[in-house]
Design a binder for this molecule. Structure first.
Ligand code: SF4
Ligand code: MSK
Length: 643
């Protein structure tokens, strides 16, 4: 087994990894090591099992077959595989958006559902955007109309997605000219699946084009609907203090961990955990109270709106069980490891699946229905409370580590964050970029992956960027990895930021790394970029801005979808490990080079986070020079040697 420090840079994680080794419990890292060597054809993207004449594979050394039984070459095979990842990622995020729209509909129609409209102002803005007549209408009536309009965007066959028109006019023009403008969310995903079925599209360029269209349907469609309607339903986030890491679990409380991606159930679990009868029952069983903690993006949703502590990221899910202190782990959809089923049996933890889309054999299923949201939530909390009695105190070992953070930044909040309540606008941010106090803005997002020591890529990259006066915005697991390292505290600016960024952060007390939400909230980054363009002085299009994106530790199909909608929106993006395209030379060239010509941005692949950060900085400097902004206010930090 590798040293725990080679598996994670988080000391709490290292303690639980060591405990697992002592107890002979297999974790994700052990399974990853047992899987070596992984299939080289799969890694290069050149195996195909789309039809039953296969599976086929292309010989990357040129000695064996260069095409499948049907004649598809490496570029077609790898492109089809890649965009099917986009389709799956877009489906996952967008179906999340659909579920939120359905919950909004429930809130509007059923006063007993437990849901309330928490941001009627944002609801009114969206209603106006949809062109709805709100005159004399009640909030529930407007909510019903907005929910129906949002749901219609999924099945729309012709026309353009409404929220895609939020992009700068020059970007919309690019999409229209290139045939990338998304028509309907489901339509683009279905067409992508059709296009990549056996014997349909063999042109890798055309395949990638539809891949980008489906990705845009997610970023400016399904994900954006999820973000906006969640704000309407659960409240738009505001900066909020909270804590993260395994130390947020409490020895003397019932611990319930909510894990996955969708807040429609977990928001209700927050209510249920405050129920007086359940609290009384917890005390009767000897607990001091009920402690709710989140993981992954369900955790991020609760963290940024309610300050509910986060017990960690994707690779912490097994480690939380290893503490012996989790009485119930409640999972919804996405990023849930099936192996939790076996692991929870070795402890007392009750694992509960809640979505009809995500069951695990032999795991208790308590199905969540929007119509009875609070009732289901109470049942779930009750399972955790009753299970406290089964906890073996001798086996409880909770690492002490927990870190303060500030979460809850949004594209809208940037107005007041920098502009103040009396002069809310993006002007101060644009001015700080134009004068060179801020060199550019980087979005560092995405998962963790046992291929990389947990958190090492996110943290090293963010530190290098802020040291070079780049303001960093983070989502998903990346946000929580940085949070564990203390980068989401205002004090982090004093310790790690360059002089210019430090000055801006100190003036308003903001962290140099801003947590802007869960994975669907990458849509907030698109809107922030649009607002920067609209404010003026930084070019006409998103592709003119000194901004860049990165996913240093990605693993999920959703990360690929995000990457493609970000690049198709005009933002240069660096992935830590390459997409599965290296066995397809023409496709590889398209992705890392020719996309620039097509959409004004492209990908790079670089596993070293410091080198990757400097590739992003070089890109920002190029954009600054093109805008005539090559002067920086402060002397720049020398690049760190990377080899
Ligand atoms: Fe092989 Fe072509 Fe079938 Fe793919 S679609 S499995 S390359 S025959
Ligand atoms: S949770 S998609 S591991 S970021 Fe959004 Fe983390 Fe990636 Fe899941």
């Amino acid at each position: 087994m590798k040293e725990p420090s080679r598996r994670s840079v988080d000391s709490a994680a290292q303690q639980m990894i060591a405990r697992a080794a002592e107890d002979q419990v297999d974790l994700v890292w052990d399974r990853y090591e047992a899987m070596q060597p992984q299939c080289g054809f799969g890694q290069l993207g050149i195996c195909c099992r789309i039809c039953h004449m296969g599976p086929c594979r292309v010989d990357p050394f040129g000695d064996g077959p260069q095409e499948g039984v049907c004649g598809a070459d490496a570029n077609a095979i790898a492109a089809r595989n890649l965009v099917r990842m986009i389709a799956a990622g877009a489906a996952a995020h967008s179906d999340h958006g659909r579920d939120v729209a359905l919950a909004l509909l429930e809130a509007a129609r059923n006063p007993d559902s437990g849901y309330k409209i928490r941001d009627p102002q944002k609801l009114a803005v969206i209603a106006q955007e949809y062109g709805l007549d709100t005159e004399g209408k009640s909030v529930p009536e407007i909510a019903e109309a907005v929910a129906q309009q949002a749901l219609a965007e999924f099945g729309q066959q012709e026309g353009e997605l409404k929220f895609a028109l939020r992009a700068p006019a020059s970007r919309v023009k690019v999409w229209r000219e290139r045939g990338l403008m998304p028509r309907g969310i489901d339509r683009e995903i279905v067409e992508l699946m059709h296009q990549t079925a056996m014997g349909v599209d063999a042109d890798y360029r055309n395949i990638i084009k539809q891949g980008m269209r489906a990705a845009l349907a997610d970023g400016w469609g399904g994900s954006m609907i999820a973000t906006d309607l969640q704000d309407v339903l659960f409240g738009s986030p505001q900066p909020i203090r909270a804590k993260t890491n395994l130390g947020v679990l409490k020895e003397d409380h019932v611990n319930i961990v909510v894990h996955g991606h969708e807040p429609v159930l977990s928001e209700m679990i927050v209510e249920a955990a405050r129920d007086s009868e359940l609290l009384a029952r917890a005390r009767e069983l000897g607990a001091d109270g009920i402690n709710l903690a989140g993981q992954c993006c369900t955790g991020n949703e609760l963290l940024m709106r309610k300050g509910i502590p986060s017990a960690g990221t994707f690779l912490h899910q097994e480690l939380a069980i290893m503490t012996g202190a989790v009485d119930a782990m409640v999972v919804d959809v996405q990023c849930v490891m099936p192996r939790l089923a076996e692991l929870t049996q070795r402890f007392h933890t009750q694992l509960l699946t809640t979505s009809r889309k995500a069951k695990i054999p032999h795991v208790q299923h308590l199905e969540f229905r929007e119509g009875q949201a609070l009732t289901t939530a109470k049942e779930i909390v009750s399972v955790g409370v009753e299970n406290f009695a089964n906890r073996n105190g001798q086996r409880v070992q909770i690492p002490a580590e927990q870190m303060d953070l500030i979460a809850g930044f949004t594209a809208e909040y940037v107005n007041t964050l920098l502009g103040g309540r009396f002069r809310p606008s993006y002007r101060p941010l644009n001015d700080a970029i134009m004068t060179g106090r801020i060199r550019g803005v980087a979005g560092v997002v995405g998962c963790e992956n046992p291929q990389v020591p947990q958190g090492s890529g996110h943290i090293a990259m963010s530190k290098e960027l802020i040291k070079n006066d780049v303001l960093v915005v983070v989502t998903g697991c990346s946000a929580l990895a940085d949070a564990r390292a203390g980068l989401l505290c205002p004090e982090a600016a004093l310790e790690w930021a360059g002089e210019g960024l430090k000055e801006v952060c100190e003036a308003i007390g903001m962290p140099p790394v801003l947590h802007v939400g869960s994975c669907v909230d990458n849509s907030r980054i698109l809107i922030a970029c649009t607002n920067m363009v609209t404010e003026g002085g930084l070019g006409e299009d998103i592709s003119d801005l000194p901004v860049a994106g990165a996913a240093p530790e990605w693993m999920s199909e959703k990360a690929i979808t995000i990457g493609y909608y970000v690049v198709a929106s005009g933002i240069y993006t660096v992935f830590g490990t390459p997409h599965n395209v290296l066995g397809a030379p023409d496709l590889h060239k398209l992705v890392v080079d020719e996309l620039e010509e097509m959409v004004g941005a492209r990908f790079d692949f670089e596993p070293d986070p410091i080198k990757a950060a400097h590739m992003m900085i070089a890109h920002m400097d190029k954009k600054r020079a093109a805008l005539g902004l090559d002067e920086m206010m402060y002397e720049q930090a020398a690049p760190v040697a990377t080899s």
